[in-house]
Design a protein around this ligand. Structure first.
Ligand code: BGC
Length: 726
């Protein structure tokens, strides 16, 4: 912990309304500088400059945490930015702290947070070469002025007036801001990651000028323009065009997602500083000389997300499948912006726990997400209720008082998956109390002992077997809740064993849950029920449950009907019990419903709904229809782990020892998975060579390789095997 808390929280003495205040401090260096370190945080999101240069690369700092309990501050080395005379500025927008979250209803927590002013807490430590030091703290000697950011909000966007200059600096007041919640930065920094240039520009049937970036991203547009002072640029953002080819924003719901810029004289470049957007298209509503005067060269899209090292790559002979893999990666980039969000565009963008647990295994294969999830799970721990309650979203800005099965089970699933992926038990240690308390919650809230009955749940959210008018699939909610009760208890047992804890009480509980489950749910009615019964080993006879699943899938016309709960495990159950070919049929299916159907409709990210755009080009709904929802991308884990066959061993997590058991399929000429683990790069490729499958496997660790039923235990190296195609 730095000395930041010796500083004072400061806020504008006079309220500036929607205008983002810019706090400034002028100071001079009297001696030769050796090092300068700035510690900084704000109530809102901030951007800081020293002598006109941006401090650090963190976008939307201080990030999003469970603010009533945890507020991060950042530490920047600013040695190179200082001169003899200096001006430090910090501009603060509403961000997640003071924004209108969630956009469709608001919440008690947010209403309280919104009562805070834009405020800053800072501490600049200066060391001179003569060994002396000096510290500048935020205090009432700072000044504040109206910045050029006239408005900024997460959902609604930003207004920037480049022709504005503040009349005068105004006094700040010391504010009684949070102190015991301030913590050093824990998560990954959110940064600008890559730029995307427009692929085309067109005029819609409605006569509007639209620019297509060819890729749905999360971030913002940078505009460069020659203009006269007072000229205006107004941009709207969208993910898709409607059936008639017109710009479509209804699915953003109340999120205005606008970028407004008032020009100064001359050539200038602007990008939003304190907000972000999820979009593929922009509509040019206003532009110097009229929207038609805009050119693609005026625009560049900048993708913004948490720092994550790419670790996983998939490639096959099927171009639609390859595009889908790319979409899964973009879905993750677009929704890993400090917290794992459901979507980046509409008035939601929240850390939905159900989506995170569904996708986490894939997430941890695609990218190194250990630090990202370690921070988010610490927020979950901080948010947990006395009785073990886990909110639907973390940070919890919803008012709901009841936990939902399969959403709140993120409490056990996420730490376990991070442990398996990276082999570091620290995450289990950090979360173990939270995991146990979650089991306690179920135990005291159920109507029937050893099951989880009653309560309010999201069910098999968006399952295709939903009764008309409902978002919830037909799978019995008590079934789902009880199955996850068992699964979570099992994970607590596993985690406890890793940590050397006494888990006998949970072992006993687990035995009782399984017994009660079998008694209460002897038969299954839906695909998701079969999936859960077999995958969580709850069925008396798991093979029979998987057989029934295969039967149901075939009877439906080789179609999945699963929602958020069943989908992540669907192909695993099929391949675990002898239906690998059927699993491939689902994976490679191109007609609705399937993973590849959206790709045939031009998707560049993963959709929330199997039929986000229907076969006739119409929309499923305007209310709940995101084109960047990563959850269904969870199937990629099956491709890494089963199709290419790369897995870690539970006793040697983090790929300290690996298993490679590839499962080729005739419909693909080849498949290659590359995974950069903490122990080196694992590669598994199979391809057809005449009537043989050729396997090319590279492993940096001791590995058990399984090729058509034969087992080889190998030391690090590269191995080639052949097996017959028949
Ligand atoms: C979100 C989902 C989330 C769900 C809860 C939706 O509004 O976008 O992804 O899990 O609510 O059922």
């Amino acid at each position: 912990m730095s000395d930041i808390l010796k500083g004072k929280w400061i806020a504008p003495a006079a309220d500036m309304g929607d205008i983002c205040p810019m706090f400034t401090k002028q100071f001079a260096l009297s001696k030769e500088l050796e090092k300068a370190t700035l510690h900084l945080t704000a109530l809102g999101v901030y951007v800081s400059e020293i002598n006109g240069e941006r401090v650090g690369e963190f976008v939307l700092a201080p990030g999003w945490t469970c603010y009533p309990k945890r507020l991060q501050y950042q530490t920047y080395d600013v040695t190179d930015l200082l001169k003899e005379e200096n001006l430090l500025s910090v501009t603060v927008g509403k961000g997640w702290y003071r924004g209108r979250l969630p956009g469709w209803q608001g919440s008690k927590r947010q209403t309280e947070l919104q009562k805070n002013p834009a405020a800053v807490l800072a501490c600049l430590e200066i060391s001179y070469t003569d060994g002396t030091t000096e510290t500048i703290f935020s205090d009432d000697s700072w000044k504040v002025e109206e910045s050029r950011i006239r408005f900024s909000e997460i959902y609604d966007g930003e207004t920037y007036d480049a022709s504005f200059s503040a009349a005068e600096k105004q006094p700040v007041m010391v504010y009684n801001g949070p102190t015991n919640t301030v913590i050093p930065q824990e998560g990954e920094e959110v940064r600008e990651q890559e730029t995307v240039s427009p692929c085309c520009m067109f005029t819609t049937p409605a006569g509007e000028v639209v620019i297509d970036f060819g890729q749905e991203i999360t971030g913002y547009v940078e505009v460069t323009v020659d203009a006269s002072a007072g000229d205006e640029i107004l941009l709207s953002h969208a993910e898709v065009m409607d059936q008639k080819g017109n710009f479509y924003t209804e699915n953003y719901r109340s999120a205005k997602a606008k970028l407004q810029y008032i020009c100064r004289e001359g050539r200038q470049t602007y990008k939003p500083l304190l907000t972000y957007y999820g979009f593929r298209y922009i509509r040019v509503d206003r532009f110097p000389g009229g929207p038609e005067a805009a050119k693609p060269e005026n625009f560049k899209a900048i993708a913004v997300h948490s720092q994550m090292k790419r670790t996983g790559y998939l490639k096959s002979s099927n171009s639609l499948l390859n595009k889908f893999f790319e979409n899964v990666i973009w879905g993750q980039k677009g929704n890993f912006l400090d917290v794992p969000t459901d979507c980046p565009q509409r008035d939601e963008r929240l850390g939905w726990t159900g989506d995170a647990q569904a996708f986490i295994r894939t997430a941890a294969l695609n990218f190194d997400v250990e630090k990202f999830f370690t921070k988010w799970l610490a927020d979950m721990d901080a948010e947990q209720g006395e009785d073990g309650f886990i909110g639907h979203v973390i940070p919890n800005v919803l008012d709901d008082a009841e936990s939902s099965a399969a959403w709140a089970d993120a409490a056990t699933i996420c730490p376990w998956e991070i442990y398996l992926a990276y082999g570091n038990p620290a995450i289990l240690r950090q979360q173990f109390a939270c995991m146990k308390k979650w089991i306690h919650y179920i135990t005291v809230h159920t109507k029937d002992p050893y099951l989880w009955t009653g309560g309010t749940h999201f069910g098999d959210w968006l399952g295709l077997d939903a009764p008309s008018g409902s978002y919830k699939g037909s799978t019995n909610e008590d079934f789902i809740a009880s199955a996850f009760y068992a699964h979570s208890t099992e994970l607590v047992i596993k985690a406890g064993r890793v940590l050397g804890e006494d888990v006998s009480q949970f072992e006993e509980l687990y035995g009782n849950i399984v017994k009660s489950f079998r008694k209460r749910f002897p038969v299954y009615h839906t695909q998701t029920e079969c999936v859960l019964a077999a995958h969580f080993h709850l069925a008396e006879d798991c093979q029979k449950a998987a057989d029934q699943l295969a039967q149901l899938v075939k009877e439906a016309g080789t179609k999945l009907q699963t929602g958020f709960v069943g989908t992540p495990y669907l192909l695993h159950v099929l391949s675990d019990y002898g239906y690998t070919e059927l699993a491939y049929s689902l994976l490679l299916r191109e007609e609705y419903p399937s993973w590849l159907y959206p790709v045939t409709k031009g998707a560049t990210t993963v959709w929330e709904h199997w039929d986000g755009i229907m076969e006739d080009g119409g929309f499923w709904s305007s209310e709940m229809n995101s084109y960047n929802h990563y959850a269904y991308g969870a199937v990629a884990d099956w491709v890494y782990c089963v199709a290419a066959g790369i897995r870690t061993q539970e006793q040697y997590p983090g790929y300290e020892k690996a298993v490679i058991a590839p499962n080729p399929d005739e419909r693909l000429g080849f498949l290659e998975a590359v995974l950069e683990t903490r122990h080196g790069v694992i590669r598994s490729k199979w391809e057809k060579e005449k009537d043989m499958w050729r396997y090319d496997i590279e492993t940096p660790v001791e590995t058990n390789i399984y090729i058509s039923g034969k087992e080889y235990t190998v030391s690090p190296g590269r191995y080639v095997y052949y097996s017959s195609c028949r």
